[in-house]
Design a binder for this molecule. Structure first.
Ligand code: 5GP
Ligand code: ZN
Length: 139
């Protein structure tokens, strides 16, 4: 895809610090890490949304992301990692080539995943919402 920064990384048109590559995915270090070692796994094929990424490729992204998480923990002495994927601008997606973040985490890194969490008004409201989602999953 022309003008896609991640397609350009895949094609070698712009440099990146690659840490993994196979026939389906590429992984490289994020240029602006949340913690050093923060990496991105991307499909070689351009997909704006994770929704259109074929299951085999999406599965590979998840497995490679998990392996990188373990490698980052061991190599750089972290305690854990977050896998994060933003789908859509309102979700924080800035680069429109779907990608999975591997964010290394230290117990003392002071970063709190403090999204506000709401409550359902009632059990029936929660059930109603579940039914709406289930109906769309069947389509
Ligand atoms: P998003 O917000 O779309 O989920 O994340 C995009 C990520 O890509 C950001 O964390 C940003 O730092 C990273 N990024 C953007 N441009 C480049 C680049 O040219 N090279 C690398 N290595 N990372 C980039
Ligand atoms: Zn692309």
């Amino acid at each position: 895809m022309r003008d896609c920064i991640f397609c350009k990384i895949i094609n070698g048109q712009i440099p990146a610090t690659k840490i993994y590559e196979d026939e389906l995915v590429v992984a490289f270090l994020d240029i602006a890490p949340i913690n050093p070692g923060h990496a991105l796994v991307i499909p070689k094929e351009h997909h704006e949304s994770c929704v259109t990424i074929p299951e085999e490729v999406a599965g590979r992204m998840f497995k490679v992301g998990s392996r990188i998480g373990v490698a980052i923990k061991r190599a750089l002495d972290y305690d854990g990692f977050n896998l994060h994927l933003a789908d859509g601008q309102c979700a924080g997606q800035v680069v429109m080539h779907g990608h999975l973040h591997i964010v290394p985490r230290g117990a003392q890194d002071g970063f709190h995943w403090n999204w506000r969490q709401k409550k359902y008004d009632s059990d029936s409201e929660r059930q109603e919402i579940a039914e709406k989602v289930i109906a769309k999953l069947k389509v």
